[in-house]
Structures are given as structure tokens and as C-alpha cells.
Write a new protein. Structure first.
Length: 211
């Protein structure tokens, strides 16, 4: 799922928008999704403003669950945690962490847990997705949520929904690959732009300013 804002600089006439796809092993037939442009600021949208994309199914029969393959497991972590396709160096490193461990298969489960933890603790996720969670928590506090892990029980969770978390995370992480180019400056710029926009949202302003 991809939701976000496309920013055009003065004079720009096109943008490339990346939409991550998962090449699973299920025979599902062709699938479609729609891209829509809306809520333009400072410009007028031309026509058409929407386009329908068809994903051609490359499976004729359903195979084994690909999550058991190291390369699929790692690729999905890049999509889920970092909202981007893997960079070649990082992808090779983390795939080898699982596929190259010994003795197989005893070490595999432990390595998978360690790789997942590494993505969560990475600078890139801590300063994008986890930062968004903390910003919402600081701004709006917690609500009661229901967990079924270990039996049904209530717990406090930040007031952030998926359709808020995804675009905000993707906005902060836009163009960021830690360790490549001037990623630190780009990340600082992204965070500054996001927080400046966040505090101007109607939900963040005092009620007297939103009437």
C-alpha cells in the first residue's frame, strides 16, 4: 500500500512514484489497482487524474510459502520497515545472514529473529516509521487497544492509524538509504519539512483556529 504526497519543484513536469510489489507464490490471476492524483496545491490537475494498473500474475499454480526463503524474507522487511526496495549491498548482507548461517536448519529461526530486530533498530526505521509513531504519541497520547497475544487483554496504543502512518513514514523516508550519498542531510531536511507540516494540520491546531 502506498499513500503520500508528490512534491514538484518549479519547472518540473513529471515525477516517478515507486509502488512496492510482492512477488508471492500464489496463483491468484491478474490484479488491478488505481493511482489517483488529488488535492493539488498551487497547480491545476490535468486529465486524466487517475490510472488503472494491471499486475500480471506470473504463477500458474500455487507453490510453497516463499517467506521461508531468505531473499523473500529480507525483501519483505525492506518493504514493511523501510517502505522501499532493497539496496544491493544491504540485501546481500542480510540475506547471507540467514542463508549463510550454520548449522542449518537449526540456526535459521534465530537468524530470522535477529534480522527482524536489526531492521527495527536500524537508524533508517528509527528515524522514519518509529519517529512517526512517537510524534503521534507525543501529540495525541494513547487510546485503549485490544491484543489477543497470550489471551485477550487491553493495552495502551498511540493514536495513529495505518492510513496516517504509511504516508507520513514514506514522506520522511523519501530518497533515504542510510550510508549512501548525503543521506543524513536529506533525512534532516525531510524531518524538518514533515514536522513543520504536521503542526499545521487541522487536527494539531487549537479549535479556535480550525473553525
Amino acid at each position: 500500500m502506498s499513500i503520500g504526497t508528490v512534491h514538484f519543484a518549479a519547472g518540473e513536469i513529471f515525477k516517478t512514484v515507486g509502488i512496492p510489489l510482492t512477488d508471492d507464490a500464489y496463483a491468484e490471476g491478474n490484479e488491478t489497482f488505481t493511482i489517483s492524483l488529488s488535492n493539488a496545491l498551487g497547480v491545476t490537475l490535468g486529465s486524466p487524474g487517475t490510472a488503472t494498473i494491471t499486475i500480471a500474475d506470473n504463477e500458474s499454480t500455487t507453490g510453497a510459502n516463499p517467506i521461508d526463503q531468505a531473499n523473500f524474507f529480507v525483501h519483505q522487511h525492506y518493504i514493511d520497515f523501510l517502505s522501499r526496495e532493497p539496496d544491493p549491498g544491504g540485501f546481500a548482507f542480510w540475506t547471507n545472514e540467514i542463508a549463510g548461517c550454520a548449522p542449518q536448519p537449526q540456526c535459521t529461526d534465530i537468524k530470522r529473529v535477529n534480522v527482524s530486530a536489526a531492521f527495527f533498530l536500524s537508524i533508517e526505521f528509527q528515524d522514519t516509521g518509529y519517529l512517526v509513531e512517537r510524534i503521534y504519541k507525543a501529540a495525541y497520547g494513547d487510546v485503549n487497544g485490544t491484543s489477543t497475544l497470550g489471551g485477550t487483554h487491553q493495552l495502551k496504543v498511540p493514536v495513529v492509524r495505518l492510513n496516517e502512518f504509511l504516508p507520513d513514514t514514506q514522506e520522511i523516508g523519501q530518497g533515504i538509504i542510510v550510508g549512501q550519498g548525503s543521506w543524513q542531510q536529506q533525512l534532516d531536511n525531510n524531518k524538518a519539512a514533515f514536522t513543520a507540516e504536521f503542526v499545521q494540520r487541522s487536527r494539531s491546531l487549537p479549535r479556535s483556529q480550525t473553525r
